[in-house]
Design a protein. Structure first.
Length: 131
């Protein structure tokens, strides 16, 4: 990617930078015209990589370390209300019927046919950062 001045006055040259993504005359992007439309300029992976590299270097110079968090849990149980039987299969008909039943259930017109199912049952442990 190459940056060029747009051939304007020296005072306005800093604000008037054009960016080329490809060949000459094709793929030009005018930052000044974009600023008038209130759209941010497009970012590339190289721009992101350069920003992250600069941020890491500044953090290393200042001696700032990232916060490390350890998560501990005891007797963790995760439960979900799921449909059982033929209605659990995600077909177009079941989706429509399930949506209609959810509306009727929210209006207290019928009872739900969901059953609670345990996904994780009383697990204890810790999650530590690896970096």
């Amino acid at each position: 990617m190459e940056y060029r001045e747009a051939g304007r006055q020296p005072a306005a040259a800093a604000a008037a930078v054009e960016m080329s993504a490809g060949s000459e005359g094709e793929g030009w992007y005018d930052v000044v015209a974009t600023a008038a439309r209130k759209e941010p300029p497009p970012l590339t992976h190289d721009d992101n990589r350069g920003f992250l590299r600069m941020l890491r270097e500044k953090k290393e110079r200042l001696g700032v370390e990232a916060a490390r968090v350890e998560v501990r849990f005891e007797r963790l149980t995760v439960e979900a209300d799921v449909r059982v039987g033929r209605r659990a299969v995600p077909t177009l008909l079941n989706c429509a019927v399930n949506a209609a039943q959810e509306l009727a259930t929210s209006a207290h017109m019928c009872v739900t046919r969901k059953r609670p199912m345990r996904i994780i049952n009383e697990v204890s442990g810790a999650i530590r950062p690896s970096r």
